[in-house]
Design a protein around this ligand. Structure first.
Ligand SMILES: NC(=O)c1ccc[n+]([C@@H]2O[C@H](COP(=O)([O-])OP(=O)(O)OC[C@H]3O[C@@H](n4cnc5c(N)ncnc54)[C@H](OP(=O)(O)O)[C@@H]3O)[C@@H](O)[C@H]2O)c1
Length: 217
């Protein structure tokens, strides 16, 4: 499939490489295609014939599935630059966490309890099928995670059953995860605080080598 990625931070580039490894065509969307990390991603790609760089709008137009991997505070601007009409009727994977970095130390959630980043993005992109995924793991382990008790769990949520099924089948499971659907997009109110547990443990230990696993009898 064609995957358009909005945002060229660690998450966008990591999932971009992972999707290329799965055989997808990938365009990284960025506001600055000359950025060193983006150019290195392209040069070092094992699958250059399927790897592309574009603007946010080019990437959203390119993608049959769009991955939104933007800093929370820049997310609405990024969607506007990417042109909301390019997202119409498409699956959008929301990886964001609504982090507020205004205090020293570990970040806080900027929204919660009565809404979530996932719901805000779904309401902005009201013609798209948004699936929350990949927000509960550090980018280093998003692709082919290797832990005790593999595979770790990727909890997902979203309003479209079909979109969640496609994202699980085409991306999450082949990347090495057990995908568990926990419900509609309002369950993002649970997944974003869950990411905070991952983040707090990261700040406590200084290591990002942990993941979640739902244990079953
Ligand atoms: N880092 C992780 O391990 C991790 C893990 C799970 C979830 N997340 C979440 O996933 C998202 C992406 O994480 P990241 O670490 O890759 O983020 P990041 O490096 O902080 O930002 C990603 C991209 O957001 C875009 N961006 C930033 N400010 C913007 C603005 N004002 N307008 C438009 N675009 C803007 C930039 O795109 P360009 O530079 O390409 O223009 C930037 O490269 C975040 O919401 C984060 O909380 C991160």
């Amino acid at each position: 499939m064609k995957i358009g990625i909005i945002g060229s931070g660690d998450v966008g580039l990591r999932l971009g490489s992972g999707c290329l490894d799965l055989g997808h065509h990938v365009m990284i969307g960025t506001r600055n295609s000359e950025k060193k990390e983006v150019q290195e991603w392209l040069q070092n790609s094992k699958h250059r014939e399927r790897a592309f760089i574009g603007t946010f709008a080019e990437s959203s137009a390119f993608g049959e599935i769009i991955i939104l991997s933007t800093l929370w505070s820049g997310t609405e601007n990024a969607i506007n630059l990417a042109l909301p009409s390019n997202f119409k009727d498409k699956i959008v994977i929301d990886t964001t966490n609504p982090l507020d970095f205004s205090n020293q130390g570990s970040p806080k959630l900027a929204v919660g309890f009565d809404t979530s980043a996932g719901e805000i993005i779904q309401s902005i992109l009201d013609n798209s099928l948004v699936v929350k995924a990949f927000n509960i793991i550090g980018n280093q382990h998003m692709v082919k995670p290797s832990f005790q008790c593999n595979p770790p769990t990727m909890f997902i949520c979203g309003n479209s059953e079909e979109a969640k099924k496609i994202v699980a089948e085409k991306i999450i499971t082949p990347l090495g995860w057990e995908s568990i659907d926990i419900g509609k997009m309002d369950k993002s109110r649970l997944l974003e605080p869950l990411a905070m547990i991952w983040i707090e443990y990261y700040f406590k230990t200084g290591k990002g080598d942990h993941a979640f696993k739902l244990l079953k009898k």
